[in-house]
Structures are given as C-alpha cells and as structure tokens.
Design a protein around this ligand. Sequence first.
Ligand code: DAH
Length: 338
Amino acid sequence: MKERIKLLLQSAKEDIKNASVSKELYELRVKYLGRTGAVTELLKGMKDVPKEDKPAIGKLVNDLREDIERAIEESEKQVKAKELEKRLREEEIDVTLPGKALKKGSLHPVNLVRNQLIDAFSGLGFKVFEGPEIELDYYNFQQLNIPEDHPARDMQDTFYITDSILLRTQTSAGQIRCMEKDKPPIKILSPGRVYRSDYDATHSPMFHQMEGLVVDKGITLCDLKGVLEEVCKKVFEADVKTRLRPSYFPFTEPSVEIDVSCCECGGKGCSLCKGTGWIEILGAGMVNRVVLENCDVDPDVYSGFAFGLGLERIAMLKYGIPDIRYFYDNDIRFLKQF
Ligand code: DAH
C-alpha cells in the first residue's frame, strides 16, 4: 500500500508538472481526486489493510490527497497568470491608431424651417396645436366654408378613404378643431403633413404646411402684417419687407397672398424673384364670419386672422433648393448640407 501511495504521488506530480493549460489541470483534478479518481480508488483498498496499520496508512492517504491538491493549486496559479498575460498580449489595443469617426446626422431642412418658425412664433405667444392627418371632410372642407361641389375643392384634389374621410389637404382643418375645443383668445400654430394628388418640381403628393390662427377682440389685418413681417425677418435672417395682395380663400374674407421682399437681391430684381423683387410665401386673411359662426364664435364680438404656409416652399427659398423632390429622396449628399 505504501508503495502504491508513493507511486501515485510521483505520477501525479509528474502529470501536474507537464500540464500547461488550466483545462489540463482540471482534468488531472478529476483523474486523481474525483469521485472515481485514483485516490478514491486507493481508499477503497483500505478495507484490506490490517487493522493496526490502518491509522498510519490512512494518514498517508490523507497526506497524499493534500499534496496533490496543493500541487494542483500552485500550478493553477502559475498557469492562470500565464494565460492572462497571453490574453492581454493578444487583445492589446493600440490607442495611437486613428478611431472610426462617428457619422453625425443633421436635421432635415423641412424640420429646420419648422423649428425656426415655431421658435419665432412662440416668441410672440403662439402655442402648437396638432390635428390629425386622416381627417373628416367636415373639418377639412365643410366647416371651412367649402361645401360639397364648391369649385375650391378642385384645387385640392386629394386621397379619399371613404366619401367623408380623407387625407387632409390643408392644415386649415386644425383651425376648426381648435376653435371647437377652446374659446377665444386663441393664438395657435398648427404644423403637419398634408396630401394632394400633385406631382412636379414644386408639388409633391405629401408636403408640410404650417397654419396660424389668432382670434380675439379687435384683431385686424394690421396685426397679421405685423406678426408675419416680424417672423419673416427672423426666419430669412434679413431685414425683409412684406406686402399683401388681394386673393381668395373661402375661409377668409378679405383674403390675401403675402409676399416678402426677395432675400436674394434685396428687392432689386433677380432670377429668384423673376425680376419683381417680391416672392410669394403664403396665403392668409381675416377669418370669414361664416367660419367663426360655424364654430360658435360670435363674429360681432371677435375677429381673427389666419394664414397657411408651405414649409418646403420656405425651405426652398431660404436654402436655394430648386426641386421639391430633393426633400424626399433621402440622399445623404443633399441632407448633410444643412
Ligand atoms: N389652406 C390654404 C392652402 O392650403 C392656405 C391658407 C390660406 C391658409 C389662407 C389660411 C388662410 O389659413 O387664411 O392653400
């Protein structure tokens, strides 16, 4: 028995010395100390040892187990340290190498103009009110004084979902929703997507508008002119002037088109303003009495102005973009210029 113990210790030490990775050491632990390992097998032979020798032999076997255990632990420490060193060497990062530059996005020009307008108008006390894109004919047309068969509907031919539900053609629908919800004084901006069946260099089946509505006692066309001139100066970042030209919209009376002095030539005349010195930017007017009455606002007490502008149109003018379709192509070369 003593001989077997000695041989086992020798062979274990030899094995442990030759092990160079922690997996091998794990396997050796199983081989010698595991449930069916060599030391355990040895213990089974204890029953044949004469009674008087048992304490001494038992001690030897226990010492053997401890020796092997210690030898494995020591070797493990060294092997693991070597392994760690190797990993660190392999995974070394060269901090002097140039990094990968992160691509930075930018705001879409339509959003830029939208934010600039909201900024300028909120400085004058306007709040944002957003209406739905899928709208009732009732809000998009009827309540805006555009009954069925009204010829003004032809200019805004759109996408119908049913006879009475459509993709809104104008953010003006938001005016009615707002006046139904709140009583004057009202001062809102309503930005959003609108839809029409149009497609060419300056028209897209989907585009963005921003509506404005002010209703209070004593509101006049002068207020409209003053507010818009102030906002245009901010958005075009120039000392632009505005002028009103008579126009027609069923929901305003009187109705006007508003022009700004050309930001390119300062009003002298150039190709952008087609030599006139002026650029048309939006439609507006005093809210029609009929529309106020439709919303239960007394037109003898309150008056209001409204306006609606195309965000793409403002962005095209401001940034010199020649075709509306650039906005929707998602071409990074175009988008990263803003
Ligand atoms: N909704 C009109 C359009 O899409 C624009 C407009 C004109 C809005 C006059 C208004 C307004 O609020 O008063 O062409």
